[in-house]
Design a protein around this ligand. Structure first.
Ligand code: ZN
Length: 345
């Protein structure tokens, strides 16, 4: 049996590169040779085995990683839409295909949703298997590195698409990868003015390069006052909340103009208090929850924008490392030094 190197979470306090068998694709799956795989905050939660990871239903040992790009090297007997040699990016929401949501075109929020690398083995490995429906064929002109970050980019792009940013003032709170991708997407989709907030100076610097007109550090200035000052006292038309910080979420509603739209992308670690009357009802705030990408409208638009050159996300990829140096990549991400880390197996 052919073997491969894979980064496995083996126990609550350990992750390591191991030699494991190359997986066989099931009838509805393809086998990918991974060309690039990106590190996500979720991987860090699993690595540290925090409260979220302990409660996520992950069975160890598990191959880590879910954001990836690869080449199809084998197909299951019921796969008809993909062929050996196709370049694909992976959609990580694995739908059941049978439930109400799946039948009305909302498979990305399937009632029986499974997540790649949570409920299955992931892609920090030389090979990985994914269901055909989640292997999105992409054009060769999209590089493997960009292919590997299409999953988080799609989340950001969708938050911007759904909050209608053309001609609008947009505030992006949190400039991790998703926030930075939201800044770039808002710029591409015609936002007239983009404000971006984060407590990390290097991330704010990248936000400036990706299209933010005004960067603000909540550690140095009051973000609500700053946004109101920038918008004639009205507040931003759109807020994309990508930090998951409870304070930032509460402030997002104070930064929003009456009638404005808030896209919530970041995940807070606990319940939070919000004065619904003031923050939502009297303000007529439109709240849009975003869990991933629509399958596959978001993917199609994202691909078109990347191929046309209108959407540039490369500044957010700060480190590219061989998979053997995974520890270094995880440490860089945990320390906040890195933005997006991409591994090449
Ligand atoms: Zn379903």
């Amino acid at each position: 049996m052919q073997r491969m190197r894979a980064l496995r979470k083996t126990s609550p306090d350990k992750a390591e590169i191991q030699q494991v068998p190359v997986p066989e694709p099931a009838a509805d799956q393809v086998l990918l040779q991974v060309s690039a795989a990106a590190l996500c905050g979720t991987d860090l939660h699993i690595y540290r085995w925090n409260a979220w990871a302990r409660g996520a239903g992950i069975q160890l040992p598990r191959i880590m990683g879910h954001e990836c790009c690869g080449e199809v090297v084998a197909v299951g007997e019921n796969v008809f839409g993909l062929a050996i040699g196709d370049k694909v990016a992976v959609e990580t929401h694995l739908p059941c295909g049978q439930c109400l949501q799946c039948r009305i075109g909302e498979q990305h929020i399937c009632n029986n949703l499974k997540l790649f690398s949570i409920h299955t083995d992931g892609c920090f490995a030389e090979y990985t298997t994914v269901p055909e429906i989640c292997a999105r064929k992409i054009p060769q002109e999209i590089s493997s590195r960009v292919g590997a970050i299409m999953e988080p980019l799609g989340t950001a792009l969708r938050s911007v698409l759904e909050s209608k940013v053309a001609g609008a003032t947009v505030l992006v709170t949190g400039c991790g990868p998703i926030g930075l991708f939201a800044v770039a997407s808002a710029s591409t989709l015609g936002a007239s003015r983009i404000l971006a907030s984060d407590v990390s100076a290097p991330r704010l610097e990248i936000a400036g390069r990706m299209g933010a007109h005004r960067i603000l550090d909540p550690g140095r200035e009051d973000p609500v006052e700053a946004v109101l000052a920038e918008t004639g006292g009205y507040g931003a038309d759109v807020v994309i909340e990508a930090s998951g910080s409870i304070t930032a979420i509460q402030q997002a509603f104070r930064c929003l103009r009456k009638g404005g739209r808030v896209a919530l992308v970041g995940l807070p670690s606990m319940p939070l208090e919000l004065e619904i009357g003031k923050a939502v009802v009297f303000k007529e705030a439109k709240i849009i929850g975003i869990h991933g990408r629509t399958m596959f409208d978001t993917w199609t638009r994202m691909e078109n924008l990347l191929v046309s050159g209108k959407l540039d996300v490369l500044p957010a990829i700060t480190h590219v490392l061989p998979l053997d140096r995974w520890q270094e990549g995880f440490d860089l991400a945990l320390s906040g030094t890195a933005c997006k880390v991409v591994f090449e197996p």
